[in-house]
Design a protein around this ligand. Structure first.
Ligand SMILES: Nc1nc2c(ncn2[C@@H]2O[C@H](COP(=O)(O)OP(=O)(O)OP(=O)(O)O)[C@@H](O)[C@H]2O)c(=O)[nH]1
Ligand SMILES: [Mg+2]
Length: 563
């Protein structure tokens, strides 16, 4: 498997940079002057998607401007919308969103809304096609619309252009990468806002099978990140849980969501983000690096299929990493240490339903399987071991799939996934309760509204957009302080998910939610209806079962009585 690393947003870009470092470090300047090819360890390819052009151009110097042919490059997707064009004006006048805004509004709903607006507003789709054609995008031989794809009938310029710059690195566009690893932080606006729309976009393009993995770094608790990221804890947690929600509920979404918790890294490295990023890079090497053992060379497609085998929603993976100096018979110690001290996210290893283990060094797969099986109770056939030739230490990266659930008191124990996610949900709900006006980009003295340059965010949502956001969060019942989210909407789903986590139910997020609904005309129903109808049926069944359980009945005994 050869992955294309796509970092999105600030943290995503910094971690991506670790993967793309030039092997030829000492001669970087000479390499540039002579135009020598940039070679990363393991020949990894990648790209950085960012929303803040001024940061990308002036604050960092690793990535160059991809549109000027630089590699490694950054790309600013909203640059694809011509400034002051009819597209720009249409979205602003009808909805109030400024799609050209530099540095995004720091919440996940902003980009979700914009993606869905382009996805649903037919008038905008026609306008976009006309404008982009008139500025020559259709026939251009360079730039984001040039990758042999031309312009679509219903363009979604921000996400089309982003996919078009990624595609050439993938086997879908003639490149070598047979999978994509997106790296984002769960907590900002750019990474959390972009990750779901871009995966939706890839899947909607008919790329149902292309292997897509997400490495999501959860924002830490406390106020350290407030300053660094200009966003308070509650808001960061709402952004984080919104992104995780959308990732978990799209049944044909990512093939695996790998979770890393900044809070775990705080304990290891204090407040040094660069140390976190280097460590995340190191921990992923057994999965990402080349030099597989002969006969153990997984292709992206097999990896993706195995990751999501037997589960109907994108699975969560917790990585556990350990490395130690080479020694004879290291297997027992490697597995024990990884389980004890190597978790990168809270979890209960015994609850995992499957595991993949990546090792580097002279390591015996059968022994790894036997030790991991005896420690976790997982059947050996549910443990897939892949080995690579290592250079220095022995290393192990265990990825445990869905290691949570079926334990009603787990949420009370520190160090479990239930406990961590319940905290995130509670912080997000408290934030909604206390800052409801911020969901509509309103309210006085909301310091979160200040952007980096000190200017306030000039979003003035129209009644149409406000109504859509209100419906999305609170459903028909609307917002009522200290008493919202009782029957429907995202707030309800969050409360219900917290209830599930507390009672040990798996999974905890169930139903996809949109801000702007698709026109449910017949054609649309035929196209997307099947999945939605199944979900509706599932929901009805679930509600019926719940009510029956409250009455001490079950579907089975009713059927039996009926007979
Ligand atoms: N591991 C790691 N985490 C980071 C780093 N920088 C920021 N974070 C965390 O990630 C969260 C989101 O920050 P960014 O990634 O900068 O946000 P973004 O995706 O660019 O979104 P914006 O809000 O639009 O800037 C922060 O709240 C921190 O918790 C980093 O370099 N490494
Ligand atoms: Mg940013």
């Amino acid at each position: 498997m050869k992955l294309c690393i796509v970092g999105i947003g600030g943290a995503g870009g910094k971690v991506c940079q670790e993967f793309l470092g030039n092997e030829d470090l000492d001669f970087r300047l000479i390499s540039r002057i002579t135009g020598a090819e940039h070679i990363s360890p393991g020949m990894i390819k990648g790209i950085w998607l960012e929303a803040d052009k001024s940061d990308a151009k002036n604050i960092q110097h690793f990535f160059g401007d991809l549109t000027e042919g630089a590699y490694p490059g950054f790309f600013i997707p909203h640059d694809a919308v011509p400034d002051g064009s009819e597209i720009h004006i249409h979205v602003k006048e009808k909805y109030g969103y400024d799609v050209k805004k530099q540095g995004f509004v720091r919440d996940a709903q902003y980009l979700k809304a914009i993606f869905e607006i382009f996805d649903t507003d037919e008038e905008l789709q026609e306008t976009s096609a006309r404008v982009l054609k008139s500025v020559g995008c259709m026939d251009a031989s360079v730039g984001p619309f040039s990758q042999g794809q031309g312009l679509k009938d219903k363009p979604n310029p921000i996400f089309d252009s982003a996919w078009n710059v990624i595609r050439p690195y993938t086997t879908l566009g003639g490149g070598e990468c047979d999978g994509i690893l997106f790296i984002v932080s769960f907590g900002g606006g750019t990474g959390t806002g972009f990750i779901n729309p871009i995966i939706n976009h890839i899947r909607n393009e008919g790329k149902a099978d292309y292997p897509v993995f997400v490495l999501g770094i959860l924002t830490e608790l406390g106020d350290f990140a407030d300053l660094a990221q200009f966003s308070k804890e509650g808001r960061r947690n709402l952004a984080a849980i919104s992104a995780i929600y959308d990732l978990c509920t799209r049944s044909d979404g990512a093939n695996g969501i790998i979770l890393v918790d900044n809070h775990v890294l705080v304990d290891k490295f204090g407040t040094n983000y660069t140390a976190y990023n280097k460590f995340i890079y190191k921990a992923l090497q057994p999965m990402v690096a080349g030099r597989d053992y002969p006969g153990e060379v997984p292709v992206g497609m097999a990896m993706a299929q195995n990751f999501s085998l037997g589960v109907s929603r994108p699975p969560l993976f917790v990585p556990l990493y350990w490395c130690q100096p080479k020694k004879p018979n290291p297997e027992e110690e490697l597995v024990s240490k990884a389980l004890k001290d190597g978790k990168l996210f809270g979890c209960t290893p015994e609850k995992a339903d499957w595991a993949v283990v990546f090792c580097r060094g002279f390591i015996d797969s059968d022994k790894i399987r036997a030790v991991l099986s005896s420690r976790t109770g997982l059947m050996p056939e549910k443990i897939w071991v892949l080995r690579k030739i290592g250079e220095g230490d022995d290393e192990i990266l265990i990825m445990l799939r869905n290691p949570y659930g079926s334990s009603p008191d787990a949420y009370q124990r520190e160090g479990t996934m239930e406990n961590r996610l319940c905290k995130v949900i509670t912080l997000a709900l408290d934030y909604i309760d206390q800052n409801v006006e911020a969901l509509f980009y309103e309210g006085k003295g909301d310091s979160d509204k200040a952007s980096k340059d000190g200017k306030s965010e000039s979003i003035k949502m129209t009644p149409l957009a406000k109504e859509a956001i209100s419906q999305f969060f609170f459903g028909k019942e609307g917002f009522c302080k200290d008493d919202f989210g009782k029957t429907e909407g995202f707030a309800f789903e969050l409360k219900d998910a917290r209830r599930r986590l507390r009672s040990g139910e798996v999974p905890f997020f169930l139903y996809p939610l949109r801000i702007f609904q698709k026109d449910t005309g017949k054609e649309e129903m035929d196209r997307v209806g099947k999945e939605d109808m199944n979900l509706d049926e599932m929901r009805v069944l679930e509600i019926v079962n719940k009510r029956l359980a409250e009455l001490g009945l079950s579907m089975d005994n009713i059927m039996a009585k009926g007979k």
